[in-house]
Write a protein that binds this ligand. Structure first.
Ligand code: SF4
Length: 212
């Protein structure tokens, strides 16, 4: 068994036992220990993901995986087998007072960051798919705070993230709560972003027949 897989499984064991955030609602949700050069980073699980035991298991996931299937011909099962799925926070934050899911707060993000750092150190990713504004900010840092999705989606950016140089393709959040990706210029920018993902060398390896 590759040493990276052993380390990733040990990290998942540690993650599964984490109870550091008092306001977070368990269980901890993470995907399988996929050794991939492509990492997808979401925001946090929703209320259903815990019972399914996997990220993006409900409606937002259906939209997200449809994007990949329609633009690059990879179905949900193959995507989950070949791309490592992470998140800014790994527990359900609960509902916000105005409806919708609460966003993880600064302390929760900081407490969960060492797990992301561990994953990056083990996997040494070449391409990061940052899904939604919170994940985009987490990966790209302060310089994108306050920038609109219109100026970020549809571009490939290079950054140093958690001590490692990566290409980043920002994507909108697929949640039904935001209509951004269903309206222009969101529709066109999303298509541009997915085309960038498809032609990235690390994603081409993921998409190659018999990649796993
Ligand atoms: S959000 Fe992250 S740091 Fe907080 S309890 Fe869940 S796994 Fe632990």
């Amino acid at each position: 068994m590759p040493s990276e897989l052993v380390r990733l499984r040990a990290l998942h064991d540690e993650l599964s036992g984490c109870r550091l955030c008092p306001k977070m609602i368990g269980p901890v949700v993470h995907g399988p220990p996929v050794l991939s050069k492509v990492i997808l980073v979401g925001q946090a699980p929703g209320p259903r993901e815990g019972s399914f035991g996997r990220p993006f298991a409900w409606t937002a996931g259906k939209t997200l995986f449809r994007w990949f299937e329609e633009s690059m011909g990879i179905d949900e099962a193959a995507f989950r087998e070949r791309v490592y799925i992470a998140a800014v926070a790994r527990c359900f934050p609960g509902k916000a007072s105005g409806g919708g899911d609460r966003k993880p707060d600064f302390g929760e993000i900081a407490r969960c960051r060492p797990f992301l750092a561990g994953e990056v150190e083990i996997l040494r990713p070449e391409l990061v798919l940052a899904v939604g504004s919170l994940a985009i900010t987490e990966v790209l840092g302060k310089e994108v705070v306050g920038k609109k999705l219109d100026t970020l989606v549809g571009r490939e950016l290079r950054t140093r993230w958690l001590g490692h140089d990566v290409d980043v393709v920002p994507l909108p959040h697929p949640s039904g709560a935001s209509p951004w990706h269903k309206m222009e210029p969101g529709k066109t920018l999303l298509a541009l972003a997915l085309a960038l993902v498809k032609r990235h060398p690390a994603m081409r390896e993921v998409l190659a027949p018999g990649a796993r």
